[in-house]
Design a protein around this ligand. Sequence first.
Ligand code: MG
Length: 276
Amino acid sequence: MSNLNALEVGMMFWAERDTLAEIKSMGVRCGQLCMAGEVALTAEYAAKWKADLAANDFTVVTCFAAYTGEDYADIPTVQRTVGFIPPATRAERLQRTLELSDFAAALGVMSIACHVGFVPEDQADPDYIAVRDMVRRVCDYAANHGQTFALETGQEPAHVLLEFFKDVDRANLKINFDPANLILYGSGEPLPAVRVLAEHVVTVHAKDGDWPPADNKDALGTERRLGEGSVNMPAFVQTLKEVGYQGQLFIEREAMDPVERINDMRSEVPYLKGLV
Ligand code: MG
């Protein structure tokens, strides 16, 4: 990672969905590699990625886990299906996350990350205790590889996440800060949140979006192109500079239409470079 610059623009991309050549052609030399739950994390597959990254002189900063069965349709569906919350998939998702840590280590990647889902605020809630204990196990496993384990923000307000951090009590637990998620989930204004959480932020997503409709508490907000949503991207980049953030900015676009998604990712690179 040492050859990357502070606030350098990179890309969040998916194995088996995006190609390294296409991502690199957008004008970036670093990224976060997301592995869908169906992708087999074999030693051969890690070796293939390692060779491909070396051949392209491309740096992966984070390996992200997504899990089979996750659904982001609306807030109740996210609560029911995402991350470490659903009891029925806890054991397999823990195992998958530890495998991702091994896969990342084989690539020389020093951070892993995922959405852990909606963590209850009540520290006596059985789901809270189960998720906290899973996060500790992932942290301790990742620490053996010298890795950080980053939680994606957005599904809870900043102060709730801070309390969770204190309770987990692991030095390698970090945050992947996504300003749009706080808006999409109606969890709070992202600029004050990044100031509150700054000391724990290891990576940042550049994503934009608008707030959920006021009359529907189950609805998520709407993702927008960078600069066209409610984040205020110029102010967000300025805030990252003010808090001394030294990591990279990874563009993340989740548009459903694959052509629109790639076109937006490509056009957002020069926009974000201009802000930095
Ligand atoms: Mg994100």
